[in-house]
Structures are given as structure tokens and as C-alpha cells.
Design a protein around this ligand. Structure first.
Ligand code: AMP
Length: 250
């Protein structure tokens, strides 16, 4: 398995540089992942990133990384963003867009990019179009993962994340070899604050209102590729690859 980028430039922003040299890839895929929280986007993002060399850019990961900053280092906008996140609400478009614009160089990553959790509103999608235009880049596809809501809620409540490397597990569907510990780095597994039942409810409502219309936006642009998100992560990944290849030649 290829080593993954540490995504330092994306997670830290500013002048941070990724540790690993860019790797040779067949072609740089430029993708957006869509789907309700808990549909398995994060797991697919990990697999796509490992196998296709595409850099995984998750806006949620940037906000989670920012939680380790001390109070004094947080701007008022960031403090508000972290409170929104804790409640399962969307962070304002303005704050998210500022954060993404600061990281424009990540869109030029040699391995391509995989945007996970962004865009989340039609306004953010319009801003992404402008940003890509300004860099003379184009999206290859928008992968939309689809699953019934009852299954999504079951997935979210059992989800556990590694506190160190961010690998994602599920207490039933993808348990670690040792309970509570990450197979890859031994880090402690935790339940994300926004996976608690009260936050999950708000996040599902928010998704329906703000994010679901994005599917129409990208369908009209001929970019939407729908993928059934049931089965094992490997099965979903194989389905993703087949759908992506079919889309690329169509
Ligand atoms: P995620 O890991 O993508 O589910 O994101 C976790 C939380 O971060 C969300 O519930 C939002 O509060 C916030 N967030 C992440 N990305 C965005 C975005 N593109 N727009 C608004 N809020 C976001």
C-alpha cells in the first residue's frame, strides 16, 4: 500500500507543506464526494486516496484539527465555527470559503483532489466553480453516495475515529482488532461529538435542506455519478471505480 500524504498543507493551511513527495499517478482525479453524514464517505475517501493517489481534502477535518488550538490562537470566526460544529449546524459559507481559498494550492495537488464535506451548499458550489476556473482546473465527477436514512443512523451511532491518524471504524461493521484502539497506529478510538444522537438529528435535517439540492446542481452540469452505498467498504469502492471509469469515457 502506498503511503498517504499527511495533508499538512490542507490541515494546517498557511505555508505548511506536505511531507511526502507527490507520487506518480495514472491521472489526477479531481472529485467531489456527496452523501449524507454517515453514508461512508470518509471510508471511501480513504480508499480512493490510497488506491488512486488522490489527496483527501475534508473541511470537517480542518475544523477538527483547529479544535486543538488554544483559545488565544482562535479567531472569532473560528470560535463560532467550532460551536456550530459542536451543535451539528453548518459553519457559515463565508468562514468555510475563506478557509478553502486560503488552501487553493491544495487544488493543484499533483495527485488530484477529493473534496469531502465541501461544497455543502449551492452557494459554496458556485464559489468552488469560480475557484477552479481561476486555476484553469475542472472537476472530473461528483460521486454521490446513497443509502436509506435508517441505515445511516445505525452507521453513525457505531462510528469510532482514531484520535491520532483519523482512521474510521465501526463497532459492528468494521471493528478494530483490539477494542478501543486503532489497528494502524494504536491511537485511542473516540466517538465524535457530532455523532451523538442530538447532533445526528440536526445534521440529517441540515443535510436534507442545504446539501441535497447540490445533487441537482451537479446533475445539471453532467457531473453527478450516483453510487449505492450498501455492502462492505471494498464492494462500495469497486462500484465507485467502475462508475468513475464509465463516467470518464462517456
Ligand atoms: P464533516 O466531517 O464533513 O461531517 O463535518 C463536520 C462539521 O464541520 C459539520 O457538521 C459542520 O459543522 C462543519 N463543516 C464541515 N464542512 C463544512 C462546509 N463545507 N460547510 C459548512 N460547515 C461545514
Amino acid at each position: 500500500m502506498e503511503a498517504k500524504s499527511d495533508r499538512a498543507a490542507w490541515l494546517k493551511g498557511g505555508d505548511a507543506c506536505c511531507n511526502l513527495p507527490p507520487r506518480d499517478v495514472d491521472r489526477p482525479w479531481r472529485l467531489v464526494l456527496l452523501g449524507a453524514p454517515g453514508v461512508g464517505k470518509g471510508t471511501q475517501a480513504e480508499l480512493i486516496s490510497e488506491r488512486l493517489g488522490t489527496c483527501h481534502l475534508s473541511t470537517g477535518d480542518v475544523f477538527r484539527a483547529a479544535r486543538t488550538l488554544g483559545e488565544a490562537e482562535r479567531s472569532p470566526a473560528l470560535t463560532e465555527a467550532l460551536e456550530c460544529m459542536r451543535q451539528g449546524r453548518l459553519v457559515s459559507d463565508e468562514t468555510v470559503l475563506e478557509m478553502v481559498r486560503e488552501r487553493t494550492k491544495c487544488l493543484r495537488c499533483q495527485g488530484g483532489f477529493l473534496l469531502d464535506g465541501f461544497p455543502r451548499t449551492v452557494a459554496q458550489a458556485g464559489a468552488l466553480d469560480e475557484l477552479l476556473d481561476s486555476q484553469a482546473l475542472e472537476l472530473d465527477a461528483v460521486l454521490s453516495y446513497e443509502l436509506p436514512i435508517a441505515q445511516i443512523v445505525a452507521r453513525l451511532s457505531g462510528r469510532r475515529t482514531c484520535s491520532q491518524c483519523k482512521a474510521v471504524y465501526h463497532v459492528e461493521a468494521r471493528p478494530p482488532q483490539t477494542e478501543g484502539l486503532c489497528d494502524q497506529c494504536g491511537g485511542a478510538l473516540f466517538q465524535r461529538e457530532d455523532d451523538r444522537p442530538e447532533s445526528v438529528k440536526v445534521r440529517m435535517e441540515t443535510y436534507e435542506q442545504s446539501t441535497a439540492p447540490l445533487a441537482d446542481y451537479f446533475r445539471q452540469k453532467g457531473l453527478l455519478v450516483s453510487i449505492e452505498a450498501n455492502g462492505t467498504p471494498e464492494e462500495i469502492f469497486d462500484r465507485t471505480l467502475a462508475a468513475l471509469r464509465e463516467h470518464a469515457v462517456s
